[in-house]
Design a protein around this ligand. Structure first.
Ligand code: AMP
Ligand code: MG
Length: 319
């Protein structure tokens, strides 16, 4: 495999690169790595100091717990308690863009800091060969939020990680652009009713086909059940205006669908929500330029993956 190094980016992950990244994790360092959703900023989830570094580097509030990533269910089931619904969802959607919030086992080895002192843990098995290989080689669960400064646009390429965090990360594994491009769906199964805490890469209706009705959290309860559901998040440095029909003077325009001038930046000319999700963060970053007064975004349908896209846009537009 051809090796190309640019600063600390490991351009193509050969066995040597993976070994170096795994050793970095084992030594308590930070590795940014691709998943199918977005790039994660990973550290050994059992190491308090390493987990603390994630919060420091991102400027993430300590009350906002992290998702813990596993390569398989054997190691995962040692840390959390599975109920029937969790087993069904795991069988149907893992590895994949689904995060389950489950009760921590009493002898759980995961850093309490990673779960912000809660008695639950958010867990996921990602569906990306590099993520899987890294977790396996490091031989430890990896705590990983998105690899960007807290509150800013999530990274869907290694270059985005470099722009956001640069040399603060020990190693960046480059696996190209993320396929899904939007974060995982987070479902809380620790209470009496399955609750959607965050819409994401797997559409809620698909999950309901497997476990029945899922309650949408109404926001009031969120702050306790998912302390990280911040109102302002995923935000560019210039204002975002939603449901725009056209750009006002000085604004950049982010279009969706075929009924617009072909020269506009377009989330999906075909009106395909999957394509729009994959393009969302990269296009927001591209238009986040100081020479624009803001970004005007066209209306995006609120069906299917549009629910997650609209969730991100709404938070990005919050001042
Ligand atoms: P991020 O790491 O930015 O992708 O966000 C992960 C999301 O999962 C945040 O909104 C957290 O609040 C949520 N989360 C993580 N752990 C838990 C948990 N134990 N209980 C509820 N929500 C959680
Ligand atoms: Mg994030």
């Amino acid at each position: 495999m051809k090796e190309q190094f640019q600063n600390n980016i490991l351009k193509c992950a050969s066995i040597d690169h993976l070994t170096k990244a795994a050793q970095t994790i084992q030594a308590g360092g930070l590795v940014a790595f691709p998943t199918e959703t977005v790039y994660g900023l990973g550290a050994d989830a059992t190491n308090d100091d390493a987990v603390a570094c994630i919060f420091d580097v991102k400027g993430r509030p300590y009350f906002n717990p992290l998702i813990i990533h596993f390569s398989n269910q054997v190691s995962l089931s040692a840390t959390v308690v599975f109920n029937e619904q969790a087993k069904k969802l795991a069988r149907a959607f893992w590895p994949g863009a689904l995060t389950l919030v489950l009760p921590r086992k009493s002898d759980c080895s995961i850093s309490l800091l990673a779960s912000a002192g809660l008695d639950t843990l958010a867990v996921r098995i990602p569906n990306h060969p590099l993520a899987q290989a890294l977790i396996t080689a490091a031989n430890t669960p990896i705590a990983a939020p998105s690899a960007n400064c807290s509150g800013e646009i999530s990274p869907s390429t290694a270059e985005h990680v470099m722009q956001s965090l640069g040399e603060k990360v020990d190693t960046i594994l480059d696996g190209g652009p993320c396929r899904v491009g939007i974060e995982s769906t987070v479902i809380d199964l620790s209470g009496s009713t399955p609750t959607l805490l965050r819409p994401g890469g797997i559409v809620c209706e698909e999950l309901e086909k497997v476990i029945g009705p899922i309650v949408l959290s109404d926001g009031s309860e969120d702050k306790n059940r998912s302390p990280g559901m911040l109102e302002r998040h995923y935000a560019p440095s210039i204002p975002l205006r939603l449901n725009a029909k056209k750009a006002n003077p000085g604004e950049a325009f982010l279009a969706f669908g075929s009924k617009v001038n072909a020269r506009h930046t377009n989330l999906s000319h075909m009106g395909d929500l999957k394509e729009a999700a994959a393009n969302l963060f990269a296009m927001l970053r591209m238009l986040d330029q100081p020479n624009f007064r803001g970004i005007a975004v066209m209306k995006i349908p609120t069906t299917g993956l549009g629910v997650a896209i609209n969730d991100r846009l709404k938070r990005a537009a919050t001042m």
